[in-house]
Design a protein around this ligand. Structure first.
Ligand SMILES: [Zn+2]
Length: 162
């Protein structure tokens, strides 16, 4: 067990998030080697418009908005070190590995913002390691570049794929 726990701010960010995704986050915090905070669960349409306007998100159809089933389908899990949130890839990979492990063991289909083309439980025997996830990000960016496209990667972002 990791010894990390979700703080009260993280818990309140999970309010309104799909229960299967909440289960994954709870399992991930119990096994992760890198502490994290739930930075964003549900967003209002106004918050989402504001994020698109400043380039922090690419879509007005974000899974952070309440979906037709009444739940938000996305969370942002940001590494937490000495009381500070840190958007740094070497810290993000182990958090993503913990989420992949959680999703894999719970049988929940999760999409990760580090590689939008991949679903976590897709036919794999074992969940990926942090190093394998880093390789996925690089492969995704290379793939986009080979198409002449930019790559919007969002390592803290996880969304359920019900
Ligand atoms: Zn997000």
């Amino acid at each position: 067990m990791s010894g990390f726990k979700l703080g009260s701010r993280s818990r309140s960010e999970l309010t309104g998030v799909h229960p299967e995704l909440v289960k994954c986050v709870e399992k991930a915090i119990a096994v992760t080697t890198q502490d994290f905070s739930v930075h964003d669960g549900i967003r209002s349409p106004a918050e989402q418009r504001e994020m698109v306007a400043r380039g922090a998100s690419k879509t007005l159809n974000s899974k952070h908005l309440t979906q037709p089933d009444g739940y938000g389908h996305a969370v942002d899990l940001v590494p937490y070190v000495n009381g500070k949130l840190r958007w740094e890839w070497p810290l993000i990979h182990p958090v993503a590995a913990a989420m992949a492990y959680a999703a894999h063991s719970l049988g929940v289909r999760i999409r990760w913002g580090g590689d939008w083309l991949w679903l976590v439980d897709e036919g794999e025997d074992l969940p990926p390691t942090a190093a394998e996830l880093e390789a996925r990000v690089n492969a995704y960016v290379d793939h986009r570049r080979s198409l002449g496209r930019s790559a919007f990667i969002d390592g803290p972002h996880f969304e359920i794929h019900p």
